[in-house]
Ligand binder design. Structure first.
Ligand SMILES: Nc1nc2c(ncn2[C@@H]2O[C@H](COP(=O)(O)OP(=O)(O)O)[C@@H](O)[C@H]2O)c(=O)[nH]1
Ligand SMILES: [Mg+2]
Length: 212
């Protein structure tokens, strides 16, 4: 059903970008998918999502990364944004303490709207602005440990840890998928080539495949 022949990828994975306005979500996306950075980016200009295909443990993964169009400013992200997402990059700005304090609020939002198995990586962005730092790396690390999240400090400006952030989250998701496929005891093992993955635990379909 979800498997299509002749796809140029093994898995299509939806990742959502969340976090307060101005933390650098759109630039993380443009850095990762187009290797571009914008000193002045307008909240209203945003693509719905951008994709990039990469290799994870020998599999071709097409990451479909969703960005907000500034709705986070009004706390008006709809549940459709989270639907089908298997990963989230939760971003704060290391120079703005309130954006870090709001991480808990974003986690609540995720728990209310996203799949309970969603893989979350917390990114302390703008690490190039160390002289303006308001959140220590230790504070980031200990919150991540407390909440069971992966953690990295990133710089979209200097292209630091952007690749690593997506590689980390996609690898973690892939590990969950492969375990799930094993647990199904399906002789075919992993879902077919070109499968859209949903790690939802509510799905009766044990391979968790199929989106429209
Ligand atoms: N110094 C620095 N500025 C950044 C970085 N990432 C984003 N910015 C700037 O922060 C502002 C907000 O970025 P944007 O991507 O629009 O944030 P969003 O609202 O979360 O999507 C823009 O002026 C960016 O140029 C970074 O890694 N370092
Ligand atoms: Mg944005």
């Amino acid at each position: 059903m979800g498997s299509k022949i002749d796809q140029d990828y093994d898995y299509l994975l939806k990742i959502v970008l969340i976090g307060d306005s101005g933390v650098g979500k759109s630039n993380i996306l443009s850095r990762f998918t187009r290797n571009e950075f914008y000193l002045e980016s307008k909240a209203t200009i945003g693509v719905e999502f951008a994709t990039r295909t990469l290799q994870v443990e020998g599999k071709t993964i097409k990451a479909q990364i969703w960005d907000t169009a500034g709705q986070e400013r009004y706390r008006a992200i709809t549940s459709a944004y989270y639907r089908g997402a298997v990963g989230a990059l939760l971003v704060y700005d290391i120079t703005k303490r309130p954006t870090f304090d709001n991480v808990q609020r974003w986690l609540r939002e995720l728990r209310a709207n996203a799949d309970s198995n969603i893989v979350v990586l917390m990114a302390g962005n703008k690490s190039d602005l160390d002289h303006l730092r308001a959140v220590t790396a230790e504070d980031g690390q200990s919150l991540a440990e407390k909440e069971g999240l992966s953690f990295l400090e990133t710089s979209a400006l200097e292209a630091v840890n952007i690749e690593k952030a997506f590689q980390t989250i996609l690898t973690e998701i892939y590990h969950i998928i492969s375990k799930k496929a094993l647990a199904t005891q399906d002789p075919n093992g992993l879902p077919g080539k070109g499968t859209t993955i949903n790690i939802g635990d509510s799905s009766a379909n044990t391979t968790g495949c199929c989106s429209s």
